[in-house]
Design a protein around this ligand. Structure first.
Ligand SMILES: Nc1nc2c(ncn2[C@@H]2O[C@H](COP(=O)(O)OP(=O)(O)OP(=O)(O)O)[C@@H](O)[C@H]2O)c(=O)[nH]1
Length: 205
């Protein structure tokens, strides 16, 4: 079983946020905190260090995590480049990645990915309907292989996963957990989901 000391966590916040007018999604105020803080909460205490993968507003991100990792190559080349940068930066044999724009991720996300990986090199979250390639546990020794794939032009995460021993981890019992926000409308809707959930968990507050 993979232990906490063998695990790094990294939140992908390196996107351009075009559907939100180019705003930096990870720093977007959400239920009173930066959006990325909701995801940090799911990793803290479960991994040896929490990193944020970001390409702008680095000082703001540095105030929130142990370490900030910028993309190994610039030009906003997509999340697979962010994953690669995390695999290279991690000081542990395993890396959990999660996106900054999914504030309702399950509290036991890390434990379930670890329990579900078996003998595979990559475990990916599945919500019962679809795979979420940006929510995954990966062996950091895959960095060299990913470097070669990126150099050959690969940018699709699931296509790169498919070339390795990988497995799905079932989260079909967690409705809304993987909902992400790309627009202001989705942000308003998800804020309601998250505040409803917080109210259910502590009805007296
Ligand atoms: N490192 C890195 N991460 C990215 C990049 N593009 C997207 N991501 C991350 O991948 C996840 C999914 O991103 P999307 O919502 O598809 O893209 P986005 O750039 O955030 O938003 P749009 O510009 O509206 O598509 C988020 O966690 C992003 O931060 C990139 O070029 N580099």
């Amino acid at each position: 079983m993979i232990t906490q000391g063998e695990l790094s966590g990294m939140i992908l916040a390196g996107g351009q946020g075009r559907r939100m007018g180019g705003r930096d999604k990870g720093l977007e105020p959400f239920a009173g905190r930066p959006l990325v803080a909701h995801v940090i909460e799911r990793l803290e205490g479960r991994v040896a260090e929490v990193m944020i993968n970001a390409n702008r507003h680095l000082d703001a991100y540095r105030a929130l995590a142990d370490r900030v990792v910028i993309d190994a190559e610039d030009g906003f080349q997509g999340p697979l480049m962010g994953i690669y940068s995390g695999l290279r930066a991690a000081t542990t044999p395993w890396l959990v990645v999660a996106p900054c724009d999914s504030p309702a991720l399950p509290d036991d996300l890390v434990a379930r990915l670890v329990a579900g990986i078996g003998g595979a090199d990559i475990a990916v979250a599945h919500d019962g309907e679809r795979l979420h390639p940006v929510v995954a546990l990966l062996r950091t020794a895959l960095a060299d292989d990913l470097a070669a794939a990126l150099a050959a032009g690969e940018r699709k995460i699931d296509r790169w996963y498919a070339r390795h021993g990988w497995c799905e981890v079932d989260f079909s019992d967690c409705p809304e957990a993987f909902a992400n926000l790309n627009t202001d409308d989705e942000k308003r809707r998800l804020e309601q989901v998250v505040s409803h959930r917080a109210h259910k968990e502590s009805p007296t507050s």
